[in-house]
Design a protein around this ligand. Structure first.
Ligand code: MN
Length: 390
């Protein structure tokens, strides 16, 4: 079988930059949705995909190893460069080998499979609300409108290590695989997505139409879509027929890390020699070490000071500056504001059960916003308890 790919990315109607990136480098395909102030999100999503692509081309490790290395690369850059400190990214990647799609996934971008008239989500969102849905605390519909629906429980580049979801999916001719950022799924229902995919035979046109639909629905976020069609043909043809080009609306700088070269990508089952693999691994390790040493000497304090979270101090909900960690006995954070909200009350709500671990915030204002939200959620829960006669 062979894969035909379509890809489209767009800034949307509201955002000032496109922090999404994509990779269409047959047989490797991915989307990444970056986050972090200024240029951080853009840097994070591009660096993550470049790292995966470089290691894939060198034949280094499995897809999951490559994604873990991408995590370290983003984390190291974030620590070394104040301008992008605290950045992170989602990453949903698929590598097609023979008739199997290997999936690796972190965050709330998604992979779907359209097969025989049904659209199935292959990935789980790593979000607080998804955790609540799985625990039966709220419904999927409530999750769609929850004020914390964007809070990620896992992302690339925010911690030195990350757990990567992996999955193998056997492909059949006629399957269509969709990779997309949440700028699509937050704007367009799965029913609408399926209708567009079924009404549009060409992969590139399907990708363009999905992006247009998200923009018409408001386009409040960057939108990125990769559509992969599984067609008849032999495995050696993987990569041919790729039509991957960003839509005209895509911003410069969001082209794939290297130009799409139909049929010219790495061949299936063609690993690099053991020698060059070892060299690449050493170079990656040496660069990572160097970056960390430089970061330690210069930027680490600034990077820590640029981070905020909501946690617990003296039994109360509190806003912290820094990160919830201790190095050699030194606290890497301090209390900025201790509120009058009892931590135990907040922790009784499922959404805040892990409050003591710290809820990451995007700056001080965002941390204060989370505190307000906790207050509102507690008031709501209190009313529910009274209403129930408790
Ligand atoms: Mn997004």
């Amino acid at each position: 079988m062979r894969i035909e790919a379509g890809v489209a990315t767009d800034i949307g109607q509201v955002r000032e930059g496109n922090e999404d990136s994509y990779l269409v480098e047959p047989p490797l395909f991915a989307v990444a949705d970056g986050m972090g102030g200024h240029r951080g999100g853009e840097v994070a999503s591009q660096l993550a995909l470049e790292t995966v692509e470089t290691l894939f081309r060198a034949g280094t490790g499995t897809l999951v190893d490559q994604v873990r290395a991408a995590n370290q690369a983003v984390f190291a850059r974030s620590a070394a460069d104040r301008k992008v400190s605290g950045m992170g990214t989602t990453l949903t990647a698929v590598q097609v080998l023979g008739d199997v799609a290997h999936l690796a996934h972190v965050g709330d971008s998604r992979a779907y499979l359209l097969r025989a008239g049904s659209l199935r989500q292959l990935t789980d969102d790593h979000t607080l609300v998804q955790r609540m849905v799985q625990a039966g605390e709220i419904t999927a519909e409530e999750a769609d409108v929850h004020p914390h629906r964007n809070v990620l429980t896992r992302s690339l580049g925010t911690d030195p290590d990350v757990v990567v979801d992996e999955q193998d999916v056997g492909l059949l001719e006629g399957d269509r695989v969709l990779l997309c950022s949440d700028g699509l799924t937050s704007m367009v229902t799965e029913g609408q997505m399926q209708a567009i995919l079924e009404a549009t035979p060409a992969a590139q046109e399907a990708a363009d139409r999905l992006v247009r639909a998200a923009n018409r629905a408001g386009g409040v976020d960057n939108i990125t879509v990769v559509v992969l069609d599984v067609l008849a043909g032999d495995a050696g043809q993987v990569g041919e027929g790729v039509t991957g080009e960003a839509t005209a609306a895509a911003r410069p700088g969001h082209a794939p890390p290297s130009p799409v070269t139909p049929g010219g990508g790495p061949t299936v089952g063609d690993p690099a020699s053991g020698g060059s693999r070892r060299v690449v691994r050493w170079v990656v390790a040496a660069v990572a070490l160097l970056v960390l040493v430089v970061a330690g000497a210069t930027g680490f304090r600034g990077w820590v000071d640029g981070r905020w979270y909501v946690g617990v101090a003296n039994g109360h909900v509190a806003v912290y500056q820094g990160i919830p960690a201790t190095v050699l006995g030194f606290e890497l954070s301090h209390v900025d504001l201790e509120t009058d909200i009892l931590a135990a009350d907040a922790e009784a709500l499922p959404l805040y059960a892990n409050l003591a671990d710290g809820l990451n915030a995007n700056g001080r204002d965002d941390a204060l916003h989370i505190v307000d939200q906790i207050r509102r959620d507690l008031r709501k829960a209190g009313r529910a308890a009274l209403g129930g006669g408790a």
